[in-house]
Design a protein around this ligand. Structure first.
Ligand code: MOS
Length: 711
């Protein structure tokens, strides 16, 4: 099929706005007469507030109001759960009572004329507590089975699964590995911190918010305040990174609206970097035991994957830690169990390939340990255990290009030159290591809507309430629309980030291209056919000119039954080269090659950029990121970008190769795309850890692999 725009490496249509400062982010909107809010947060992790003295704050210069649980308006907090919210438990209610359930919980709000006055007055609020017993040390909690577990797509899944006789098979296995892998808490740390501007007119509210799901913001805040969601306008045209932290509507959005209601003025609330560690979610600390059993010729006979993760005391957040172990490799005997450790912390949330990247880390490290124990090449071991179907769901794959990915990535990397012996490769004083891993992520597709409006001048306006936190939604949707309409790309304008626009799923789970893209295609197709039919001509611009008035069409797309007939995932293979300084223990990632079977690629330039970004995120996870938790009180002493290390340009490998293997999957969705937002993070942490083993002979099973762990 020849295409004009789909599949072309088109540069970002909003690039000029971004580089000239024309793109406006939540905190940057000029709202007349705006006041500023600052949050006072608890300094204990559990207990009750016995007194709050806000007199000094109230009398401080510029202060308009100080809200605490004693004087804040009562909020109805009607039941509401979006698919991004945990199914079990109840969200934090702010300023409604004297209970403290987490370190850093909002316990007062100061509204003042300026941000500095609000922040200063917040320090003047004096609070005394009756501390309760706080659970803040994740290593001392006995994990429990979740009440109910759902996938990130909302379908129920068991927390404990068994096929065959895993314990027996493990006991009888000729070769086995049995290890525990730990990933510490990590925070999203987008460069744009969370911000909300709230403005009331009667019982109508406008929110300028950093959000990955504007549709849900209106519904959540409507439920909290007891007003119809239709009364709330949510605007979020640009998002400066999010990685999952803006999927839920967190309590600070409620606080901004509450402050605005009491102050009777628009209120702007911007979280500080430090506050980003106490209220917008995080990747939970996970502990995963994996045991693999195999025959001497490298056939897996048993997989036991027993994992637990932290959650809050008031909501059960659980992520897909076990998915990879259940179906990525062929194995007749598999046991998986997922448990939760409730802590006095706010609820963790989706972060960069949530669940998959963590579970896959444990599995793919264990596979490497098994390969070493067997004396079989790690790629060969995976090839010997390549499944014919999804053995967990007993379904065929809609497409699965793992073999092709191993082949092309290994070839590009030069894997055949690898000496399997640890510490056998050097570059001067540096120890060189090569490692690899398999990657997988679900090909998500959810109901979405879009509207196309064609104008007599031959231009088109296409809208959908999607987000663009960086992947290039503006551009990719413009490509799909221009392609479908048959109009020049500069005559098509795609808009997003407004909850009055047609509904979309959350901008997460790598499903925007699949879902919103299919809706845009459907709406444009309808509008085009309508215009051509009514004008009775074949050229759209001609038709629109003749009609002399706008032609509008909306379309909704809904997944059919493909999801129950096929197992649908993106698969990939990643290879990395590390160099480890034997004296300093420092690890540098020198090269990464990733090959992915991701269906149709709408824009290879942006898809590559997505993948290199994901790879760099994986490097952060492997080598740097760690939200240190003080076990005594739940505080995060490194809640800043100085001591919480994230990869910078100098940490990115010189060479990052992204290969999309040819894959034509007619089942996943009308566009045939699988999404590349998260797959590229998956597989990088184990590939790095496996390469470090190859370089040094040391197995590190606790992330991040900082120099102290290699000395
Ligand atoms: Mo992504 S963690 O689904 O924003």
């Amino acid at each position: 099929m020849t295409t004009a725009f789909i599949g072309k490496p088109i540069s970002r249509v909003d690039g000029w706005q971004k580089v000239t400062g024309g793109a406006r982010y939540a905190a940057e909107f000029d709202v007349p007469n705006v006041a500023y809010a600052a949050i006072v947060r608890s300094t204990i992790a559990s207990g009750r507030i016995t007194s709050i003295d806000s007199a000094a704050a109230e009398h401080a210069l510029g202060v308009i109001a100080v809200l605490t649980h004693r004087n804040a308006p009562r909020l109805v907090y009607r039941a509401h759960k979006g698919v991004v919210d945990p199914v079990v438990g109840e969200r934090l209610h702010v300023l409604q009572d004297d209970r403290v359930m987490q370190q850093g919980q909002p316990i007062a709000l100061v509204v003042a004329e300026t941000m500095e006055q609000a922040s200063h007055a917040a320090t003047l609020v004096r609070v005394t507590y009756a501390p309760g017993t706080a659970t803040t040390d994740v290593t001392s909690v006995e994990p429990v089975l979740p009440t109910q577990q759902k996938t990130d797509q909302g379908s129920t899944q068991p927390s404990e699964t068994r096929r065959g006789e895993p314990e027996k098979a493990l006991a009888a296995a000729e070769v086995k590995v049995d290890q525990t892998y730990v990933i510490p808490r990590e925070n999203h740390n987008p460069i744009e911190t969370h911000a909300t501007i709230a403005s009331w007119e009667g019982d109508r509210l406008t929110l300028w918010d950093k959000s990955q799901w504007v549709g849900n913001v209106g519904e959540e805040i409507g439920a909290v305040f007891g007003i119809p969601a239709q009364n709330i306008r949510v605007l979020s045209p640009f998002v400066g990174g999010a990685f999952g932290s803006s999927l839920r509507t967190w309590p600070h959005v409620t606080l901004a609206a509450l402050g605005a209601r009491v102050a009777k003025r628009p209120v702007k609330l911007v979280l500080s970097r430090r506050e980003m560690y106490y209220g917008v979610g995080f990747r939970p600390h996970t502990v995963q035991r994996i045991a693999l059993g195999a025959s001497r010729d490298g056939r897996l006979s048993a997989i036991v994957h027993d994992a637990h993760q932290e959650t809050s005391s008031y909501e059960e957040y659980s992520e897909a830690l076990l998915d990879s172990s259940r179906f990525v490799h062929s194995c007749p005997n598999v046991y998986t169990r997922h448990r939760l450790a409730p802590m006095n912390v706010h609820t963790p949330t989706w972060m960069r390939a949530p669940g998959e990247v963590s579970g896959n880390f444990a599995l793919e490290c264990a596979m490497d340990e098994l390969a070493a124990a067997l004396g079989i090449d790690p790629v060969e071991l995976r090839l010997r255990n390549e499944p014919k179907i999804d053995e967990f769901r007993n379904l065929p794959f809609s497409s699965r290009s793992t073999r092709e990915c191993y082949r092309v990535a290994a070839e590009r990397f030069g894997w055949s030159l690898r000496n399997p012996k640890p510490r056998s490769m050097r570059d001067g004083r540096w120890l060189i290591g090569w490692g690899m891993a398999t990657a997988n992520y679900p090909a998500n597709y959810a109901p979405a809507s879009a509207k196309a409006r064609l104008l007599p001048d031959g231009t088109a306006e296409v809208t959908s309430a999607a987000s663009d936190m960086g992947p290039g939604t503006y551009t990719s949707m413009t490509q799909v629309a221009a392609e479908t309409l048959g109009l020049p790309i500069e005559r098509v304008k795609f808009s997003l980030g407004d909850n009055v626009m047609p509904r979309t799923p959350p901008h997460g789970g790598s499903m925007t291209m699949a879902s919103v893209g299919s809706a845009v295609q459907a709406a444009c197709r309808k509008a085009r056919e309508d215009a051509l039919g009514r004008a009775g001509v074949n050229d759209l611009a001609d038709a629109l000119h003749r009609l002399g008035q706008p032609v509008e069409a909306s379309a909704d797309v809904t997944p059919g039954d493909a999801g129950s007939r096929f197992s649908m995932h993106v698969f990939g293979a990643v290879f990395v080269e590390v160099a480890v300084d034997p004296e300093l223990g420092e690890t540098r990632v020198r090269r990464v090659v990733g090959a992915y079977g991701a269906g149709r690629i709408v824009n290879p330039k942006m898809a590559r950029s997505q993948c290199t970004g994901g790879m760099i995120g994986g490097i952060g996870m492997a080598l740097m990121e760690h939200s240190v938790v003080d076990p005594r009180n739940g505080r995060v002493p490194n809640a800043n970008l100085c001591e919480y290390a994230v990869p910078l340009h100098g940490d990115a490998p010189r060479a990052m190769d992204v290969i999309f293997v040819e894959e034509n999957d007619p089942h996943v969705n009308p566009l045939g795309v699988k999404g590349v937002g998260e797959i590229a993070t998956v597989g990088i942490p184990p590939a790095i850890v496996n390469a470090i083993y190859h370089a040094t002979g040391k197995r590190v099973r606790e992330l991040p692999v900082t120099p102290d762990k290699l000395l």
